[in-house]
Design a protein around this ligand. Structure first.
Ligand code: SUG
Length: 417
């Protein structure tokens, strides 16, 4: 008898983690452009977050950094010493750490063939992210290679931008029950790109064999995109029957609640009003880029970035929420500052997959002993600091490649070399 649980697959922060200002519309990425980065600390912060969730009794997996610098990108874009720094940095980016953009996942209870379906995101809007999906798929093919339980698709064609689970929410009574899947898309309107195209979301829903009565397509508020919410998961997050959202997340806020409630009557909305936390403050602190988790006790916890505790408005809203009788009973701050400075909070760093852990390749699952081994490899081989001028240097390229091969060796995943 298979036991479906939510497993969070966090991206291990790669050894080339750096701040290149590559993501127009992502305020943190643009404003930290050129800062020195600390890949070792970044990766250890990520492991710390995974350890925290494991310690709470939750299933934890991980995905690996992709090969960087990406020789194929350098070759296909003819990037040499005369090319601009941004193109060079794109080929070096460690952006696959944000696995909420790795794929969209529809758990087995939602799909026509009763398997869990995964579609890697094409990420076409940003050049540094568009190079990810084939290598991501290679990992998904292994981790979820049991075709009795999983189906891994190719990304949808590039004409329609797809950013994966960052724009996807699932409502259900329990993770193992039939769900209602909500796809949030954007429409181009102002100075920033809308990265999720409605037609990409619709294609993913068809590929996954979702019941049209149990999926919804909702437009993100263009004002949220303009304020820096380049993905829906910067302004809302769902878990089981709860939608935790900013008041200005959707183009038609009340219409969104009504549509979800029609399909899923048990919906509970926890809405943060703009009068308590402005859109700008929500985007700065990433209050909504939180992991909303059901603990083994049945209570829900919100794992937020430390930055939330430093904002008087956000923290007093959280305290007020905890004092009330709402469905979210715990708020847990975590330090993922290295990722945050590139616009990636706790929710960006994980891909949720509902599955029986026994059906997943165990090499991608974490336990305490493996977490310790990961920490050892990172402490020994990840660069301590990268300055922007180091990007492109041959000695750094060698050290980054070597760090990744040590990791693959330790995990017995050399086939991803
Ligand atoms: O795609 N940042 C990522 C952050 C992704 C966050 N993911 C979610 N919201 N789910 C992005 O914008 C910055 C890289 C740089 O500038 O060096 C970057 O790619």
């Amino acid at each position: 008898m298979s036991k479906l649980v939510e497993i969070n697959f966090d991206g291990i922060v790669g050894p080339s983690h750096n701040y290149a200002g590559l993501s127009l519309g992502n305020i943190a990425s643009v404003s930290h452009k050129g800062d020195p980065s600390y890949p070792r600390a970044a990766a250890l912060q990520g492991i710390g977050k995974m350890r925290g969730n494991m310690g709470r009794g939750l299933a934890q997996g991980f995905l690996l950094p992709l090969p960087r610098p990406n020789e194929e990108t350098l070759r296909r874009l003819a990037v040499d010493a005369t090319a601009n720094r941004a193109l060079l940095a794109a080929a070096w980016s460690a952006s696959s750490m944000w696995t909420a953009n790795a794929a969209t996942v529809s758990p087995a209870p939602d799909t026509a063939d009763g398997r869990c379906h995964l579609t890697p995101a094409n990420l076409v809007t940003m050049v540094h992210r568009a190079q990810e999906w084939r290598d991501t798929k290679a990992q998904l093919d292994i981790a979820f290679g049991d075709s009795k339980h999983f189906a891994v698709h190719d990304a949808v064609p590039p004409s329609f931008g797809d950013e994966g689970a960052a724009n996807h929410m699932r409502f259900c009574e329990g993770h193992d029950a039939k769900g209602v899947e909500v796809f949030v898309y954007g429409r181009p309107s102002g100075k920033f790109p809308a990265r999720q195209h409605e037609q990409a979301s619709r294609a993913v829903a068809r590929l996954h064999g979702l019941d049209p009565e149990r999926c919804l397509f909702i437009e993100q508020n263009p004002l949220a995109i303009e304020a820096g919410a380049f993905h829906n998961d910067v302004v809302s997050v769902a878990n089981e029957r709860v939608l935790f959202t900013h008041e200005e997340a959707f183009a038609d806020q009340q219409g969104a609640y009504d549509a979800i409630r029609d399909a899923f009557p048990a919906l509970e909305v926890v809405e943060v009003p703009s009068s308590a936390v402005s859109l700008a403050e929500a985007i700065k602190t990433y209050l909504f880029n939180a992991q909303l988790l059901t603990l083994p006790s049945g209570e829900m916890a919100l794992v937020v970035p430390e930055e939330c505790r430093e904002s008087a408005a956000v923290w007093s809203w959280c305290e007020g929420m905890l004092a009330s009788n709402g469905p979210i009973r715990h708020v847990i701050p975590v330090d993922v500052r290295q990722s945050m400075a590139n616009g990636g909070g706790p929710a960006c760093l994980r891909l949720r997959v509902v599955a029986d852990p026994a059906t997943v390749d165990p090499r991608f699952l974490l336990d305490d002993a493996k977490a310790e081994r990961l920490e050892d490899v990172i402490a020994e081989h990840w660069p301590e600091q990268i300055d922007p001028s180091d990007i492109g240097s041959e000695p750094l390229a060698r050290s980054v490649r070597n760090a990744r091969s040590k990791l693959l060796e330790m995990l017995d995943l050399r086939e991803l070399g």
